[in-house]
Write a protein that binds this ligand. Structure first.
Ligand code: SAM
Length: 244
């Protein structure tokens, strides 16, 4: 069973799965949004790109906090998620646009940008050095980036406890820390190395710790149902064959 989630997975089935569970997914990671926006230092009318914007939740939040005259573009590889995000933008107001694009290779849809943001959307690139060099070319000189990524598995029991229980039922190979997936940049030196090689400088890390209640805090049975539908291992559990 392959637990790696690649960009092409997001462009197809994984994107659909995220879309189908969007309210729970966004409720779960909502607490990260405020520190991410603070790190963007939105100090004037700005052009801002939200990389791997998913269903647009972070893009809309950034737009709400951006000074008047700003333009915010959400960019995602999943057509299903961008379609949903566009529907939300219609009623949100503000100068918001959504583009279907692979942030690794696409020409910048609205570049140059003053700010690049991402809430957990930069961990799935097939070729991270090329992807971050590409993103660097989207940014004006003196521009600013703010990316949220997960810390190590030991600090994220909301993901690992599900994995531990599932491993009692189905075969779960050890995760590959260098493969595309949520813990790829759990060691800050990996991400810093990539960003520096791409030409970003003056890098800083802001640790963030809080509870991540499943789907935003559902009762246990509903939370378990959400996890089975939302997490990759849920598919393996659903299709497992019972031993004779
Ligand atoms: C964990 S989700 C986060 C979604 C959104 N940022 C949020 O916080 O709700 C990761 C997102 O990154 C997108 N993504 C992954 N690889 C990408 C790529 N190469 N180019 C653009 N988007 C990508 C996925 O389609 C997905 O929407």
């Amino acid at each position: 069973m392959n637990q790696t989630i690649s960009a092409s997975d997001w462009a197809s089935e994984r994107g659909k799965k995220w879309r189908d569970q969007l309210p729970g997914m966004e409720a779960m990671i909502q607490p990260v949004t405020a520190p991410l926006i603070e790190a963007l230092a939105l100090d004037g009318p700005l052009r801002i790109a939200d990389i791997g914007c998913g269903g647009g939740g972070p893009t809309l939040a950034i737009s709400r906090h951006a000074p008047a005259g700003s333009a915010v573009h959400g960019i995602d590889i999943s057509p299903d998620l961008i379609e949903l995000a566009r529907g939300r933008a219609d009623t949100a107001g503000g100068d918001i646009a959504f583009h279907i694009a692979n942030a690794e290779s696409a020409p910048p849809p609205g570049a140059p940008y003053d700010r690049l943001a991402s809430r957990f959307g930069i961990m799935f690139f097939d070729n991270p050095p090329a992807a971050f060099s590409n993103l660097k070319s989207w940014l004006v000189p003196g521009g600013r980036i703010a990316f949220a990524v997960w810390g190590p598995p030991v600090n994220n029991p909301w993901m690992t406890s599900f994995r531990d229980v599932a491993s009692q039922i189905v075969d779960v190979p050890p995760p590959d820390p260098d493969a595309p997936g949520p813990f790829r940049y759990a060691g800050e030196e990996t991400l810093f190395g990539l960003l520096e090689a791409a030409g970003f400088d003056d890098l800083d890390i802001q640790p963030w710790r809080d509870r991540i209640p499943l789907a935003g805090g559902l009762p246990a049975v509903e939370a378990a149902d959400f996890a089975l539908k939302a997490f990759s291992l849920g598919d393996a559990l659903a299709t497992r064959t019972k031993p004779p």
